[in-house]
Design a protein around this ligand. Structure first.
Ligand SMILES: *[C@@H]1O[C@H](CO)[C@@H](O)[C@H](O)[C@H]1NC(C)=O
Ligand SMILES: *[C@@H]1O[C@H](CO)[C@@H](O)[C@H](O)[C@H]1NC(C)=O
Ligand SMILES: *[C@@H]1O[C@H](CO)[C@@H](O)[C@H](O)[C@H]1NC(C)=O
Ligand SMILES: *[C@@H]1O[C@H](CO)[C@@H](O)[C@H](O)[C@H]1NC(C)=O
Length: 192
């Protein structure tokens, strides 16, 4: 009987040890789960912080890119303005830059592509060709030389019936020896 008790005793010992191990494993795995879920939460919040930072960086980069573009446009504009100013011996700042804002063409002149045009018309006395040319040259310009059909169309669009049918506007087209037509800048391509 003493042997039986010892066996029962060792059985219950074994059970206790087993239960102990089970308990330990349970506690260990619960702690592991808690630990990992805490770690995951931390990682997730780290990730969201990183994502937010990344998004902010992207926004800042886009902003910088836009500012750079804007700056380069300002620089181009300034450079262009400077190149115009440097063409003159004396630049009439009050005429070209009223209110401190520079414009490509003087008041009353019309811009078309790279040139400025003045259509001098009915409010003014009619002039001979040489008078007209002198008038233009006094304004740092010359009688118009037409480079393309597009430009011709622009000029056509802006000329009005003027003075009478025998007069009108002068162009920078002239005859050499009263025969061949040529532009006053020396070219003879008259587009027919
Ligand atoms: C301005 O234009 C000149 C040529 O006209 C060029 O050499 C120079 O690099 C330009 N400067 C800038 C800042 O764009
Ligand atoms: C000339 O005027 C016509 C009609 O108004 C217009 O369609 C055309 O674009 C103008 N051309 C130029 C070069 O200004
Ligand atoms: C046109 O040519 C004639 C000589 O052929 C010259 O007297 C006249 O000044 C010229 N006109 C212009 C506007 O160049
Ligand atoms: C202009 O035309 C003449 C003939 O009419 C020709 O001999 C001359 O080479 C031409 N000049 C130019 C610059 O095209």
């Amino acid at each position: 009987q003493a042997d039986g008790e010892a066996a029962a005793c060792s059985h219950s010992h074994l059970l206790a040890v087993c239960l102990g191990i089970l308990c330990f494993l349970l506690v260990a795995s619960i702690s592991a789960i808690v630990y990992f879920s805490v770690l995951m939460t931390k990682q997730k919040s780290n990730l969201s912080v990183l994502t937010a930072e990344n998004e902010q960086l992207i926004t800042e980069r886009n902003l910088l890119e836009r500012e750079t573009e804007q700056l380069s446009r300002v620089t181009d504009n300034l450079n262009w303005t400077l190149s115009i100013i440097l063409r003159f011996d004396t630049f009439r700042v009050y005429e070209y830059c009223p209110d401190k804002e520079c414009q490509p063409c003087l008041k009353d002149w019309i811009q078309f592509e790279e040139k400025c045009y003045l259509f001098y018309n009915e409010d003014s006395p009619w002039m001979t060709a040489p008078e007209s040319q002198t008038h233009c040259r006094n304004k740092a310009a010359d009688l118009v030389v037409i480079d393309s059909l597009h430009e011709q169309e622009f000029i056509s669009n802006h000329t009005k019936y003027y003075y009478d049918k025998f007069h009108g506007y002068w162009l920078g087209l002239n005859t050499t020896n009263n025969k061949d037509w040529g532009w006053i800048d020396g070219r003879n391509d008259t587009l027919g």
